[in-house]
Write a protein that binds this ligand. Structure first.
Ligand SMILES: Cc1cc2nc3c(=O)[nH]c(=O)nc-3n(C[C@H](O)[C@H](O)[C@H](O)COP(=O)(O)OP(=O)(O)OC[C@H]3O[C@@H](n4cnc5c(N)ncnc54)[C@H](O)[C@@H]3O)c2cc1C
Length: 184
């Protein structure tokens, strides 16, 4: 079995969006999530109409040990790139409060587009099993559902702890020694 270039923990909004763009850039991607269904929180977001980007979002809105990361990331991928991506998915939007763009279709449709496009880009999406352990600082080995997955890069996209009904946990920091050590 071939090892992927990247393992992404968490198939929510962030993980799926990252997976699509990584796969489209030529990387092989494996995503792992304990929920049976990916992107469950996206389906309830924005009162069912997903506020999918904010035109005024800037580096100062992101908490990070490295504030320069958000500056370079947002310089390379702006909210307008997100607008273009969702337009490619056939979604339209309305601007509510200044800069807040809400999908005019149901959030479930947007979630489905993320999952479909990840699969079409060749992402391996594995769900419904627990992440048992994460070892290493690159390469990383993740034990998931009794199998080991190893990759040189690891993305931790396990979301926040709110709404455990849709898959959220507060176990993301304990899951990964690299994150615990502040290197994630
Ligand atoms: C009611 C509600 C409405 C919201 N509306 C909006 C909105 O309109 N716009 C907006 O930008 N944000 C909204 N949010 C915030 C929203 O949760 C996030 O923007 C978005 O879901 C974050 O994406 P994420 O990928 O970081 O996390 P999530 O979407 O939560 O994805 C995390 C994934 O990790 C998986 N996971 C978690 N722990 C583990 C574990 N230990 N092992 C394996 N898998 C695990 C989960 O199953 C999930 O699939 C809303 C939140 C709520 C609760």
């Amino acid at each position: 079995m071939r090892s992927p270039d990247v393992i992404i923990l968490g198939a929510g909004a962030a993980g799926l969006y990252c997976a699509i763009h990584a796969a489209r850039s030529g990387l092989s991607v494996t995503m792992l999530d304990h929920a049976d269904k990916p992107a469950r929180k996206v389906r309830v977001s924005g009162g069912g109409r997903c506020n999918f980007t904010n035109l005024d979002a800037g580096p100062e809105d992101y908490a990070s040990n490295n504030p320069h990361f958000a500056k370079s990331a947002l310089a390379r991928h702006t909210p307008w790139d997100a607008v273009a991506f969702f337009a490619e998915c056939g979604l339209t939007y309305e601007e509510k409060a200044a800069g807040q763009l809400f999908c005019e279709q149901k959030a479930g449709r947007l979630a489905g587009e993320l999952v479909d496009r990840a699969r079409k880009a060749g992402v391996e999406l594995l769900t419904g099993q627990p992440i048992e352990s994460v070892e290493g600082h690159g390469p990383f080995t993740v034990r998931f559902g009794g199998r080991n997955f190893t990759a040189p890069k690891l993305v931790v996209a396990l979301g926040g702890p709110s709404w455990p009904q849709v898959g959220a946990t507060d176990r993301r920091l304990q899951a990964c020694p690299a994150v615990r050590a502040g290197r994630g």
